[in-house]
Design a protein. Structure first.
Length: 367
């Protein structure tokens, strides 16, 4: 089934050269609409007008993490911006030419450094020269991918599309202190490097492990979290990595990694003072069990993050995932708003939890 064009509730049809106008309260209604639209504006050269940014959230408008994403996107394409301030619920973004170089972005809080990286990475893949990027902020925080998901699950698949990206973490940042630091080295993508993306099966399980870390709090919290997960998944023979880490503030994170032949799945949770260690471990357990049950190689958090790099690197990708999420369907609508000719086709079989997704779209500009 081929999906339809964008709904009126998300965007307004734009005439040639006119800005793409988006309603930031549509669908998932959060920061993802902002990040995806910034990347696609830079990639297509189409101006963006975004209104009602995070309108339904407890604290609507741009927070520090979102503001950093705006400034980062502007830096890598020389954009003119209006509305880039804390609490702003409207943004005008007029992109210039994509450019590489050396960039430093500081969230200034525990806002996610990973989400800022995912905003600018697809754009820098189309730059005319290499880029080196340093981002400071949160690396293991709630409501965002942890570093291990970014480095071990997301980036290998982007590389499989033809990207040449190196990434490293220098320090971990927890909420509320932040202070984590990551670095990226991004090479321009050459036409001969681009490969159609295909991921239909996981392949055999090669390695399974549980990791739990703490900073400034008792190590036995991490030990307990790892114990629970090892007990809940005896069939996986989980390797164990429990340790203390240096960080500007106290914190705890636990994640489970399933390394298959063709994909690596990472499920994580961040501890806090109002969550017991049991609850933290069980959230990881539940996410892992849902993934194992579907049999699909692409999990729900990864599915909505693959479309933009597919489009940025040539516009052809096929993968198998589980059921739709609101984040996914919202992201697809943003893509269609910028790329009206893009097609996202679904293949479903009654009784099978797996869904095949094909993405076609070739409207991005070269760097």
């Amino acid at each position: 089934m081929t999906s339809s064009t964008p709904s009126e509730s998300l965007s307004h049809p734009a005439t040639a050269g006119a800005p793409v106008r988006l309603d930031g309260s549509f669908g998932e209604g959060g920061g993802q609409i902002l990040r995806t639209s910034l990347a696609l504006s830079a990639l297509t050269g189409k101006p963006l007008r975004l209104e009602k940014i995070r309108a339904g959230r407890e604290k609507p408008g741009l927070k520090r993490q979102h503001l950093t994403a705006v400034k980062a996107a502007a830096a890598v394409c020389g954009a003119r911006v209006e509305g880039a301030e804390l609490g702003s619920m409207a943004l005008a973004f007029d992109p210039g030419a994509i450019r590489g170089g050396s960039f430093r972005f500081d969230v200034g809080s525990a806002g996610s450094a990973i989400l800022v990286a995912q905003t600018v990475l697809p754009v820098l893949l189309r730059a005319p020269e290499p880029s080196e990027v340093e981002i400071t902020g949160g690396t293991h925080v709630s409501w965002a991918p942890c570093w291990e998901f970014f480095a071990e699950s997301y980036l290998p698949l982007v590389r499989a599309m033809g990207a040449r990206v190196e990434a490293q973490i220098e320090s971990i940042g927890f909420h509320p202190a932040g202070g984590g630091r990551i670095r990226l080295r991004v090479e321009p993508v050459r036409a001969e490097d681009v490969r159609p993306f295909a991921l239909a099966e996981r392949g055999a399980l090669r390695r399974a492990r549980v990791s739990a870390v703490v900073s400034g709090i008792p190590l036995d919290i991490a030990e307990s979290e790892a114990d629970i997960l090892q007990e809940k998944f005896p069939e996986l023979s989980l390797e164990r990595d429990v340790r203390e880490v240096d960080s500007p503030g106290p914190g705890n994170a636990v994640w489970m990694t399933l390394e298959y032949e063709r994909v690596t799945a990472v499920f994580s949770e961040v501890g806090s003072f109002d969550l017991s260690r049991k609850v933290v471990a069980h959230r990881v357990m539940n996410a892992a069990r849902k993934y194992l049950k579907t049999g699909a190689p692409v999990g729900p958090h990864l599915a909505d993050q693959l479309v933009v790099p597919i489009v940025a690197l040539g516009g052809e990708g096929v993968f198998v995932k589980g059921k739709d999420t609101l984040h996914e369907t919202t992201n697809w609508e943003v893509v269609r708003a910028f790329l009206p000719d893009a097609r996202i086709e679904r293949t479903e079989t009654p009784g099978d939890p797996k869904i095949g997704l094909a993405v076609h779209g070739h409207a991005v500009r070269a760097g």
